[in-house]
Design a protein around this ligand. Structure first.
Ligand SMILES: C[S@@+](CC[C@H](N)C(=O)[O-])C[C@H]1O[C@@H](n2cnc3c(N)ncnc32)[C@H](O)[C@@H]1O
Length: 308
């Protein structure tokens, strides 16, 4: 198993995602002889996991079942151990596209944090790309490096434990893209410029506060970056649910209730008028936007480095 290449069967040492329900998953490292407890009972790694196909349904010791899923960056983002705030799929999707990442890209990133974005970058630039990720918190850097080894992507990533604002990315003249998720990104822009390859390159900086964005944009302009723009990505997940709709009354015999009802038939069901304050209505299955949605995460500032 690797986060950048699909395998068919679970092997000792793999990281798998146990899908318990649509709102409940957990990552586990497969070790022969080990057991993992779930609310449906124990999963015995040797007999229940090793040798099983990814996607299999596994029966736990109390009789309930779970699915064993192949890890992906998307699943890792919602299952990883949080050591920091992380980036989620909505922002990540925009970042990978707008940084023009593709197989073979060389990318610089700081900070590594919990490695949520790093895994998505690695899958996008595999098999021949490379990620140089800089994290100044020693334990976070070590933990991320250990995860990259466990996830069989270590050959594609170099983790450096240093301050990007003081020491830069540790590479010069090779990056196709630079990504910043640190409190003072404006202090890392000159280092980013040095890391870029000679011909062009794309930069993105993620900041929760608009004051950080302003300072970053000023330095980007100062340093000759072009096409600078900032955006915020908000996601609306629609639910499928039953709603009660009042039937319109158009007033005349031909165009009245009966023809209005035909619009909804056959998938709708008539509601007894007593259930709707005496007015005729139908129940429809329909997609509805959320009443509440996840709000602001941060601003994404993109820029292009001019060709030398
Ligand atoms: C919000 S987290 C990054 C989360 C990451 N993007 C993810 O998706 O998991 C910010 C990280 O940047 C690190 N950091 C902050 N300033 C830094 C600097 N000057 N140099 C290197 N790392 C830095 C912090 O230690 C922290 O781990």
């Amino acid at each position: 198993m690797s986060f950048v290449k699909y395998s068919e069967f679970v092997q000792e040492g793999d990281v798998v995602i146990i899908f318990i329900g649509h709102d409940s998953m957990m990552p586990i490292k497969v070790e022969s002889g080990a057991q993992t407890q779930t609310r449906y009972g124990a999963i015995r790694h040797s007999s229940d996991l090793i040798g099983q196909k990814f996607g299999s349904k596994v029966t736990c010791s109390k009789g309930g079942w779970v699915y064993v899923l192949h890890p992906t960056p998307e699943l890792w983002t919602v299952n990883l151990p949080h050591r920091t705030q992380i980036l989620y799929t909505t922002d990540i999707a925009n970042i990978t596209l707008m940084l023009d990442l593709k197989p073979g890209s060389i990318v610089c990133e700081s900070g590594t944090g919990s490695g949520s974005l790093s895994h998505a970058i690695l899958r996008t630039i595999a098999p021949s790309g490379h990620l140089h990720t800089v994290e100044f918190h020693a334990q976070r850097a070590e933990k991320a490096a250990q995860e990259f080894r466990d996830h069989k992507v270590a050959h594609m990533v170099t983790v450096r434990n240093q301050d990007v604002c003081k020491e830069g990315f540790g590479v010069v003249g090779i990056a196709d893209a630079v990504f910043l998720d640190i409190p003072s990104p404006w202090e890392a822009i000159t280092h980013a410029k040095r890391a870029f390859k000679r011909k062009g390159g794309r930069l993105c900086s993620f900041s929760p506060c608009i004051e950080q964005v302003q300072r970053t944009c000023e330095v980007l302009l100062d340093q000759g970056f072009q096409e600078i723009h900032t955006l915020e990505v908000l996601q609306r997940m629609h639910d499928v649910r039953s709603v009660t709709l009042p039937l319109p009354d158009f007033g005349s015999e031909e165009g009245g209730l009966d023809s209005a009802k035909m619009i909804f038939d056959p998938p709708s069901e008539e509601v007894p008028s007593s259930a709707n304050a005496g007015y005729p209505a139908v129940i429809c299955r329909t997609a509805t936007p959320p009443r509440e949605m996840a709000g602001h995460t941060g601003y994404l500032t993109f820029a292009s480095k001019p060709r030398d």
